[in-house]
Design a protein around this ligand. Structure first.
Ligand SMILES: [Zn+2]
Length: 100
């Protein structure tokens, strides 16, 4: 069963929005899972907004990735390190937002 400290594929992206003069720094982390597409975690920071967390559980997620997604989302709300958090569970069609 995957743990938070397991293998993640990390990708950094910088996006510049011309119209608003905002630079967004995105960090995408994909959990490398042998049983499904893997849990996706996106952390985004812009020059104007504080850190924002996105969790996406894929459509055919395995049980381990599903529970990992829930625990990361719940932990993020408790710690309040993020101004905004968005939770997408495509497997059970459950969606939740926090701080918007
Ligand atoms: Zn999985």
């Amino acid at each position: 069963m995957p743990q938070d400290s397991g293998d993640w594929f990390v990708r950094h992206k910088n996006i510049y929005y011309d119209t608003d003069d905002i630079t967004e720094a995105q960090t995408e982390e994909l959990f490398l899972c042998g049983s499904c597409r893997g849990l996706l975690k996106v952390v985004s920071r812009t020059t104007k907004n504080p850190a924002c967390l996105g969790i996406e559980i894929p459509l055919h997620a395995c049980d381990a990735c599903r529970s990992l997604g829930y625990s990361i989302y719940e932990e993020a709300q408790v710690k309040e390190g993020y101004r905004f958090a968005q939770f997408i569970n495509r497997r059970d069609k459950e969606y939740s937002r926090h701080g918007f």
